[in-house]
Structure formats: structure tokens, C-alpha cells
Design a protein around this ligand. Sequence first.
Ligand code: SDX
Length: 424
Amino acid sequence: MADKKAQLIIEGAAPVELPILTGTVGPDVIDVRSLTSTGRFTFDPGFMSTASCESKITYIDGDQGILLHRGYPIEQLAEQSDYLETCYLLLNGELPNAEEKAKFVSTIKNHTMVHEQLKTFFNGFRRDAHPMAIMCGVVGALSAFYHDSLDINNPHHREVSAMRLISKMPTIAAMTYKYSMGQPMMYPRNDLDYAENFLHMMFNTPCEIKPISPVLAKAMDKIFILHADHEQNASTSTVRLAGSSGANPFACIAAGIAALWGPAHGGANEAVLNMLDEIGSVENIDKFIAKAKDKNDPFKLMGFGHRVYKNRDPRATVMKQTCDEVLSELGIHNDPQLQLAMRLEEIALTDPYFKERNLYPNVDFYSGIILKAIGIPTSMFTVIFALARTVGWISHWKEMLSGPYKIGRPRQLYTGYPKRDLNK
Ligand code: SDX
């Protein structure tokens, strides 16, 4: 992997040879691990040019707008697979055969309940608490319940924790929603599929159990697939960093939830709907495009742009197709927010500012319109993202712990005071 070399010439010092490592696909990396011998660090705030790890899980080609999970294109998985099958693929590296899939699905289905005492955590929150605040707290609290699987060096414990998290996230997410509504929390049902069960726990009540629309369940499952993993994004990097200290998996996932909440990351789906509400009508689009371009205005076009994609986010394309399918299945034609979003995309993609910066719609631009059509409130959008991304987070956590790793501990360029005397 390292037959090529880079040479670093530092004035007044001997040249430094740095190995160049080549992956299966994608850019080569310059291995700078030996740079400390020169008494210098690399400097890369925001990690714009830094590969933090080696991974086999997901590959993104930002220029081509390609997203592969264990080599399979996201378009094929969204069209032909389902979320639990994609979870198995991300966790294990290969798609399951029929027997493996049946066992995996059964394991997930039989661990969807949470400890009854977990309910008491909710009572400490105000009913109007943001659901992501509750998710951070309650998921982190799972550490207090599963002392039997917290040895991160034990592969079986890692597997058990992964299964528990994938199984219980929909239950906890739905509990968060029910708490905010003041409705009784619904128990999971083992006779329902994963997305179907989530929608059951979200929208049914003890008074009336309605069948879940297969169209909505399939759309929900597809949204879970589209959010499952995305390489070393901010929240996944947070999970890896927390895991590198030996923190237990539930604490690591809670850290990932916290990082995802930000509007620059997973919080963007909620921010897109709020932005569309603020724009209000097509007539106001130009005003908001101008705001997005104004360097003195912090406003950004939510759901646009991406650190890696400098082309269309392939997930946005699938999401837009799903949007059309769900709205027409629901008999929602000319949805005003969809019309506004499509017009906004049209105008932005012809504007030189967005074209020069390769700013295209990302996964968050259309997802909220579908979630809203399914009946999910805006405040729950990022919770859905966290639910779906849990498999990605835990897959990267497992991958890191399955091989040699070191605690993540970046250095800095110090520009503060040199040593000075308190007594002077
Ligand atoms: C997700 O990393 C992942 O993989 C994330 C994710 C995943 O699956 O995990 O894909 C999920 O987080 C998607 C992104 C959701 N966020 C948003 O939609 C929020 C709006 N987008 C921006 O905040 C921004 O585009 C980021 C944060 C997504 C990317 O920021 P970068 O890579 O740091 O790029 P940048 O801020 O340096 O932007 C480059 C230029 C700047 O202008 P100049 O300084 O060159 O003049 O583009 C401008 C930015 O001001 N710009 C925008 C813009 N996004 C970038 N201008 C207006 N509106 C925007 N949305």
C-alpha cells in the first residue's frame, strides 16, 4: 500500500520522506505519522484535507456524486434492499443470505423493548423539550442498564451492543415523540417489520390500532437506508473519537447524536422546513438567495452544499423520487412546500454563486417534505436521521475496535501567551 513516497523539503533541514498510501478506490493519502520526528504537526482545521482512519465500510466520490456501502451503490440498495439488510451489510461487509437475514431480523425484532424503568427518564424533561435533547439523554442512559455488554474489547459484547442499539432506537425515538404529545407510549410489536413497527409506535394509541400504510412504511424504510451511513462525517468522527477513549457504545452513540443535532449537519432537515416556511412563497426566493450569498449575513440555504459532494448528492436524487411517489400515493398534488423547494433548487442551480461553489441539494433538502407527508413533525426530523444513522455509527465503532487503534488526540498551533510570571 506504500510503494510511492512524498518528499517534504523544510528549509534548513533534511528532506523528510513520507509514504503515500493507496486505497481500493479514491485519492491516495500521504502518511504523516512520522512527521512528529521533525518537531512539526500538520495544520488542518475542519479536517478539509485529512483522512482520520482507514475504513472498508462506505466510499464517497464527491466529484462523481457516488455513494457506495461495502461497494454497492446507494441507488441499488434503496431500490432493491431494505434497511435491516443494509444494516447487516454495513455491520458485516456482505449482504446476508436468506438464513442469515432471517436470524438477523429475528434478533432485532426480539430486542426492541426497552427496560421499563427507562420511561422514568422522560419525566425529567419538559413536554416541550426538543426531541434531540431527550435522545441525547436517554440513549446515553442506556449505559446504566446494560452492564452485561460494556466490555468493548470483547467482540461478543460489541455485537450485543450493536444489536441492542439498532433494535431500540426506533422504540426510544417513538417514546420521545409520544412524550412530547402527552400520549401513552406504545410497545413495539414483533409481528411488524422495522419501519412499520416504528410508525406503529409513533402514530397508534392504545385506543385504536390502525394498520400502517405499506406505502408509508416502504418510504420510511427507504429514508432509513438513505441515512444509514456516510463515511467520516462529523457525527461518525465523533463516535470514533469517543470510542477511541474506551467509552462504552451507548455513550459513544449519545455523543454522535449530539454532534448530528447541529444545523450544519443532521439538524439541516429540520432547518430546511423552517427555511421554506420563512421563505413562504416563490416571490420571496430571490430575497433569500441574496441573503445566502451575502457574506455579512449568516443565513445559508439549508439543505444545500456538502463538504464532500461537489456534484449532486445521490441520496437527494433518490429522496426527490421518493417524495414524488409518496405525495402522489397520498393524493397530495402541488404540495406548496415541494413546489417552493423545487423552484428554489431551480433558481439556485442556475445562479453563478451556487454553480461556482458546486452547491447542490444534499440529503436533507427533500427528506423533510416526505417526513412531513408521513405525519412526522419537523422537530422529529433529526431524530429520524439519528435513528437511521445508528447503524453507521456503530459499524464504524466496531470497525475501529476490531483492529489496532490509538486514542484520538489532535495537537494545535498555539498562539496564546508565552510563559509569564504571575508575580510580575
Ligand atoms: C449532512 O459530512 C457528511 O457526510 C454530512 C451528511 C451525512 O450524511 O452525514 O451528508 C449530512 O450534514 C448534509 C449537510 C447538511 N447541512 C446543510 O444543508 C447546511 C447548509 N450547508 C452548509 O452549511 C455547508 O454547505 C456545509 C456545512 C454542508 C458544508 O460546508 P463546508 O464544506 O465547510 O463548505 P464551506 O462552508 O467552506 O462552503 C464553501 C463556500 C463558502 O463560500 P466562500 O467562502 O467560498 O465564498 O460555499 C458557501 C460558503 O459560504 N456555502 C454556502 C452554503 N454552503 C456553502 N452558501 C450558501 N448556502 C449554503 N448552504
